[in-house]
Design a protein around this ligand. Structure first.
Ligand code: GDP
Ligand code: MG
Length: 163
């Protein structure tokens, strides 16, 4: 079976945009409104030297009785159970949020490899804003712009190295 790479993170951080960027086609629905991603999306990515299955987690229910945090915990738990590698995506425009910290804590307490990635770093100027994410206590932080393709080759190198 191909290794499984899961993208987790809050609604609207750009998971589906990154999924489409890595997959190389548009499959996941990108939404301007947070919390509207429907099902989990799986795609086989075969254009790198190691093929893998990519999962765009989502499935947040805007009207759910469960809080965003509870849903994020579930999403992360599922990824931890099924994935071989987790891409934890955050939003460099919005900055570090309490739910990012919660999920980071959850991810730290499990053995699967995690890449901490700050999205929406569209240019040099946003690089500096991404530094606050180091307060999560992570050794390495990658910055990308899923929308503009910035930092994606470095991210892919890191993914392939861990698979
Ligand atoms: P998801 O809920 O995490 O799947 O997020 P989406 O992929 O649906 O994206 C949410 C919003 O963020 C959309 O309006 C995207 O166009 C926008 N977005 C995604 N990636 C980037 C990026 O790299 N830079 C900027 N500026 N916006 C982005
Ligand atoms: Mg989505």
């Amino acid at each position: 079976m191909m290794p499984l790479v899961a993208i987790v993170g809050r609604p609207n951080v750009g998971k589906s945009t990154l999924f489409n960027r890595i997959f190389g086609h548009r499959r996941a629905i990108v939404e301007d409104v947070p919390g509207v991603t429907r099902d989990r999306n799986y795609a086989e990515v075969t254009r790198y030297e190691k093929p893998f299955t990519l999962v765009d987690t989502g499935g947040f229910e805007p009207d759910s009785k469960e809080s965003l945090l509870q849903q994020m915990r579930q999403q992360s738990q599922l990824a931890i159970e099924e994935a071989d590698l987790i891409i934890f995506l955050m939003d460099g425009r919005e900055g570090l949020t309490p739910s990012d910290m919660e999920v980071a804590e959850l991810l730290r307490r499990q053995p699967k490899p995690v890449l901490y990635v700050v999205n929406k770093v569209d240019g040099e100027k946003q690089e500096e804003a991404s530094l606050e994410f180091y307060s999560l206590g992570v050794e390495e932080l990658l910055t990308v712009s899923a929308e503009h393709g910035r930092g994606i080759s470095t991210l892919m190198e890191a993914v392939l190295e861990l698979l």
